[in-house]
Design a protein around this ligand. Structure first.
Ligand SMILES: Cc1cc2nc3c(=O)[nH]c(=O)nc-3n(C[C@H](O)[C@H](O)[C@H](O)COP(=O)(O)O)c2cc1C
Length: 320
C-alpha cells in the first residue's frame, strides 16, 4: 500500500511515517531500518559528543542511502552549535530540534539544503517556528513519551494545522494505523512516532524497558520533572513516586539532569544499567496499545496495512 502526502516529496520519502528522534534509543540500526522501509529515520543524538554523532551518521550511511535526519535539544544550545556542521556535512537531510526553536542554525542548514523542524507542544511554539523559517513542525500532544506539554494531541494537531502554513506532523501516543488515519484526518501530513518504535528489534533500549512497554497500561505513565528538571512523561516506577511526594526538591533543567545522570538513573539503553524500579523510561500513554516487539520492516508494513483498512472503512462510511 502507498500512503503519500506532500511532505513525502519535501523529504523524498515513500510514506509519511517519521521515527521520532529519541535520545539513547534512535541510533543507526533503528534510524536506517525506518528509512529503508520508506519512512524517515531520525537519530536521537541529544547529549552525544560531536564525534559520536559523526560515527552514528556514518553507520546509518553504511546501512542505507535513503534520507534521514538528526534530532538535538534546542534547550542545550552549546551542543547544537558544536554539532550542526557535522550534521550538515555528514549528509542529514533534516535537523529536528526538541525543546525550542534553534534560531541561530536555521539559515546555516538552509544554505546546505538541510530542512529544519521543531517539536512543539503549543500552537504558539509552532507559529514561532514558522516565523523563524522552519520547514515543518511536529505537533506533540501531552500523551507523548519524553519531554511533553499539557495540550492533548487531539486538540493540538488540528489547531496547529490551522495556525501555520508549513507541514505539520502529529505526535503523541500514535501506535497504530488508527492513530495515523486520525492524524491525517486532523490535517497533519504525517506522523512522528516514538514509543511504538522502542518495541522493535532494532531499538537500542534495555530489555527491561522494552518489556515494561509491552506489559504496561495507558495509565502507567507519569509526567515528572524528577529526571531532567523539565516535565517528561515516563513509565511510573517507585523512584518517580518518591520524588513526586515532594516535587519542590527537584532542581531546574539542566541541573536535575546532571544530578540524575550522576545517580545512574538516566541510562535506559543498556541492560546492565537499567533498573526498572529507578531508571528513567520515557514513554507515551500509547504503551497500552503496544503488545509485541517486532522488526521495523514488519511494523511499518503493519502500520500501512492498518491505515489502509481504516481509511477504506471511513471511505465506505462516507459513501454509504
Ligand atoms: C525514549 C524517548 C526519548 C526521547 N528523546 C527525545 C529527544 O532526545 N529529543 C526530542 O526532540 N524528543 C525526544 N522524545 C520525544 C519524541 O521525539 C516524540 O515527540 C515522542 O516520542 C512522540 O510521542 P510517542 O512516544 O507517544 O510516540 C523522546 C521520546 C521517548 C519516548
Amino acid at each position: 500500500m502507498t500512503l503519500r502526502t506532500p511532505i513525502c516529496d519535501l523529504f523524498d520519502i515513500e510514506v509519511p511515517i517519521f521515527l521520532a528522534g529519541m535520545g539513547q534509543v534512535a541510533f543507526a540500526d533503528l534510524c536506517a531500518a525506518v528509512s529503508e522501509a520508506g519512512g524517515f529515520g531520525t537519530l536521537g543524538m541529544a547529549g552525544s559528543s560531536k564525534d559520536a554523532i559523526r560515527d552514528e551518521m556514518r553507520r546509518v550511511r553504511q546501512k542505507t542511502d535513503k534520507p534521514f535526519g538528526v534530532d538535538l535539544l534546542a534547550a542545550l544550545p552549546e551542543q547544537v552549535l558544536e554539532a550542526i556542521d557535522i550534521i550538515i556535512d555528514e549528509g542529514a537531510s533534516a535537523f529536528i530540534a526538541g525543546l525550542g526553536v534553534p534560531g541561530p542554525v536555521i539559515e546555516r542548514c538552509h544554505r546546505k539544503n538541510v530542512k529544519v523542524m521543531v517539536v512543539c507542544g503549543k500552537v504558539e511554539h509552532a507559529r514561532r517556528a514558522e516565523e523563524a523559517g522552519c520547514d515543518g513542525v511536529v505537533a506533540q500532544g501531552t500523551e507523548a513519551g519524553g519531554h511533553t506539554g499539557r495540550i492533548a494531541t487531539m486538540a493540538l494537531v488540528p489547531q496547529t494545522v490551522d495556525a501555520v502554513t508549513i507541514p505539520v506532523l502529529a505526535a503523541g501516543s500514535i501506535v497504530d494505523g488508527r492513530g495515523i488515519a486520525a492524524a491525517l484526518a486532523f490535517g497533519a501530513q504525517g506522523v512522528w512516532m516514538g514509543t511504538r518504535f522502542i518495541a522493535t528489534d532494532e531499538a537500542r533500549a534495555a530489555h527491561a524497558f522494552k518489556d515494561k512497554i509491552i506489559a504496561s497500561d495507558g495509565a502507567d505513565t507519569t509526567i515528572t520533572r524528577c529526571y531532567s528538571g523539565k516535565p517528561m512523561r515516563v513509565v511510573t516506577n517507585p523512584f518517580v513516586e518518591e520524588w513526586e511526594r515532594d516535587p519542590s526538591r527537584i532542581k531546574p533543567f539542566p541541573q536535575q539532569l546532571v544530578d540524575s545522570a550522576s545517580a545512574g538513573v538516566m541510562a535506559y539503553a543498556h541492560d546492565a544499567h537499567t533498573d526498572a524500579e529507578r531508571t528513567c523510561m520515557p514513554a507515551g500513554q500509547g504503551i497500552g496499545g503496544i503488545a509485541d516487539i517486532v522488526p521495523v520492516r514488519e511494523l511499518m508494513a503493519r502500520l500501512l496495512a492498518e491505515t489502509d483498512q481504516v481509511l477504506g472503512r471511513l471511505g465506505r462510511l462516507a459513501s454509504a
